[in-house]
Design a protein around this ligand. Structure first.
Ligand code: CA
Length: 435
């Protein structure tokens, strides 16, 4: 299990001066990994620092940082090869990058030619999916969210299913539809059936929603049949991204029993482009909330496994000002990502480099801290006010949703950047006669 080291020094500064601003998301204490290209060129792996990207593909070619000796790992279109090297290499690589960018280190800062080759302006870069997503699992681990949704779907007596306090509930989602921030989403089609209708009809979803989530990325794999303690699982997680799990509530209501969500969650899942490493989050560790019921031993967590991360959801209608729909914190999650991973592997299920685990919608204790419109508008019954006197129950075409997140330390931030997606009208459906 990682501990604090020089890379967490709150007083550390970089010679990339924009990294030292009070509200800079990409401080020298952060150093998240992403995949970028410039002007339609090849994809390279980069590390964000202030308003720049350190081109790790070039840095490795120049021999300044070599995580795997002679074998190169940063000349790839995703960071999976680097993640597979494991926590000791992640940590030594982070320390080497920290040294290279530290204000007292002159190796790179004083070599203007080299700086031009390896430091690029973030504003000129196109960001891509940072990982090859091997599998995507979606959990349901916020007690507030599960209670709010349970009341709407099943009534207050059955709000939390009897298993909920004993295990992180999840289902296997679609890796193929995980997309990077900025990707536009078409409103989905599906079977809809109102409670007073006898039979379903096929139409574009009318209750398209967001889910504010956090994505944990598995770095080192487990073999088929191998099981994990929660502490083992913690060490296997490479990093985290913001995650918006687009959800068609009307499709979900009709389809979800008995096997759980299917088409309602399959349209798209958007993640932020920068993977903030678990090591960067070490100073922000907090315990999960007090247990309502004791957990079985395999889910026991002997060290704080949650993180104190401020989260926000913004809605921007077409040609109108942005409004904040929700502000909450990751620390409210009842089960940590390490507990989710330990539970996932408990059956002997092989976990892979690049597996993405969605936390489940993150909701706090009140309406202004809920992570979905379903909860914010009480199932569409209480519209929320947005710009120019307009209101929303669920998303309309051409709405843009932005998730933001950051950890606040004394004098610097560790930020996640943004997770953005715009809703476009439904496509013409080939199988729908009336379309
Ligand atoms: Ca979800």
């Amino acid at each position: 299990m990682s501990t604090l080291n020089k890379t967490h020094d709150p007083a550390a500064k970089s010679w990339v001066e924009t990294a030292n601003l009070l509200e800079a998301e990409f401080s020298i204490q952060n150093l998240p990994f992403g995949v970028f290209s410039i002007g339609g060129g090849d994809k390279d792996i980069g590390v964000a620092i202030g308003d720049r990207i350190l081109d790790m593909t070039a840095i490795e070619q120049h021999g300044l940082v070599r995580p795997d000796g002679e074998r190169t790992v940063f000349d790839r279109a995703e960071i999976n090869s680097f993640m597979a090297l494991g926590p000791a290499v992640w940590s030594s690589t982070r320390a080497a990058i920290f040294d290279l960018l530290h204000i007292d280190n002159h190796d790179l800062r004083d070599d203007a030619d080299l700086c031009r080759q390896v430091l690029v302006a973030m504003s000129e870069a196109t960001m891509h999916l940072p990982i090859y997503v091997r599998s995507y699992t979606d959990f349901y681990s916020s007690q507030e969210h599960a209670t709010n949704v349970g009341i709407m779907f099943r009534g207050p007596e059955n709000a939390l299913p009897p298993n909920w306090l004993h295990m992180p509930i999840g289902y296997n989602g679609r890796a193929s539809t995980v997309v990077v921030s900025g990707t536009e989403i078409h409103r989905s089609w599906g079977q809809l059936k109102a409670p007073d209708e006898d039979a379903p009809h096929f139409a574009p979803c009318e209750r398209l929603d967001i889910e504010l989530e956090f994505g944990a990325i598995v770095g080192t794999p487990t073999a088929l049949g191998e099981t994990l303690t929660v502490a083992d699982a913690y060490d296997k997680i490479f990093g985290y991204v913001l995650l918006n799990d687009w959800s068609a509530r009307d499709i979900q209501t009709w389809e979800y029993q008995p096997l759980g969500p299917f088409q309602s969650k399959a349209t798209a899942t958007t993640i932020s482009p920068w993977v903030v490493t678990r090591e960067a989050l070490e100073p922000f560790r907090v315990s999960t909330p007090e247990r309502v019921k004791p957990l079985l031993p395999y889910l026991h967590e002997d060290a704080p496994g949650n993180f104190d991360i401020n989260l926000e959801v913004q809605l921007t209608p077409e040609a109108a000002a942005s409004v904040t729909l929700s502000a909450t914190n990751y620390k409210y999650m009842y089960f940590s990502s390490a507990q989710q991973l330990a539970h996932h592997a408990a059956s002997g299920c092989a976990m892979c480099t690049g597996d993405l685990l969605g936390s489940g919608t993150i909701s706090g204790p009140d309406r202004s801290s809920c992570g979905s419109l379903l909860e914010i508008t009480s199932g569409g019954k209480e519209p929320v006010s947005i710009a120019d006197g307009a209101t929303r129950t669920f998303l309309e075409d051409n709405d843009t949703v932005t998730l933001k997140g950051y950890c606040q330390a004394d004098g610097h931030r560790v930020g996640f950047g943004m997770c953005v997606g715009k809703v476009l009208p439904a496509v013409v459906h080939r199988g729908h006669a009336g379309a």
